[in-house]
Design a protein around this ligand. Sequence first.
Ligand SMILES: [Zn+2]
Length: 442
Amino acid sequence: MDKMILLKDGIIVPVDGKRRSFQGSVLIGGNRIEEVGDVRETNVDRVIDCSHKIIMPGMIDTHIHLAQALLRGCADDLPLIQWLNERVWPLQSTYDEELGSLSAELCVAEMLLSGTTTFLESGLHTRYGIDGIAKVVERSGMRGFISKMFMDTPYYARHRMYEGMIEDKDESMKEFSTLYERWNNRADGRIRIAFGARTPGACTPGLYREISEKAKTLDTVVTLHFCEIKEDVSFLKREYGMSPADFLDHCGLNNNRVTLAHCVWFDSENIARLKANVAHCPSSNFKLGSGIAPVKEMLDWGVNVTLGCDGAPCNNTYDIFRDLWLSSLAQKLMNPKALSAEEPLAMATVNGARALQIDAGSIVPGRLADIITIDLKPHHVPVRDPASAIVYCAKGSDVCDVLVDGEVVVENRVLKTINLEELMDDVGNKGLLPDKRAGRFL
Ligand SMILES: [Zn+2]
């Protein structure tokens, strides 16, 4: 019989589209939510006391770079192209499989401890050792979409890509098939293999179409960075004579299997035609000076906007609560009525589930038991509106318990699946990378 867990007597924020919250309990049977509300405590294997806690869906981060956790602090205060060409790519091109796994473990530990239960990886280079990274995710208990990077042209914008980051398309396709066979739907379905295409400039429309077709056949998702900076839009105009929406249509990318990271530079005409999901990454956009994505307008047009932390060199954390808060304030800059607390909350949970086509993101019977609790502290109370307390007051460090697929992965702020002391020692020993250009370690 399935293991039964009762999350007892908390403030439930179900994020079920009804804009409500209530006092009650959540009964979990196996990996699914069985009952929500007034639940009787009979025949349960375990009770987690949730008095003075908020119970909410686990966060779904739709744009992260697992391999960038070790690059935290290596590229502050630079604009995107310089940031990539002079810092991120030269350092990432020194990675081997050991560093790839170490970075992924650091990233996953941070995400779980701050309440993220599912991630969509943006795209992994073969040199990071994707097999090893999948093993890290399997062990961690997290749910994750692990994307293989694809490219068929060695350029980004007008710049030739850093040598160590260039990959061969046919080799990538072969590796994708092996990964898909070995890992897709493994770990009780927690691990999925996805397509992580590079930006236009590194991929031809033909490659995008091929990936899009394959994703449909294999029932998986596609992600890419898109219109992150102004130059991305002028590149499409100059190279293809197309607007962003024209280009997406042309490449078979304008559909609900595709998640576009950033979309900062989208005007009304293009937003109105957008059928793909958007991963909004406000911290990254602010820090790299890329701009503010027109999220309010996207939501008004019915675009499925989700939330992403991006990477450690541009955020510099994977604590999605910070992006949740900033996603709201960025839209309110000129209009305090732009968003209510419920909208960013949906972006970080149920909208992410819709983009990834998984049965999570809400506390509703039948859904996957990916749930977090937040214990209330002085900076949350009095709680007049729990959604407001989550969006405007909460921090990742307030997350108390994390359940993924019905398993308790974080209990009372202790991560059960990763030895943090060993991890910190490993990062201390190997975390600094040789920067050949600067002639020192970073
Ligand atoms: Zn990114």
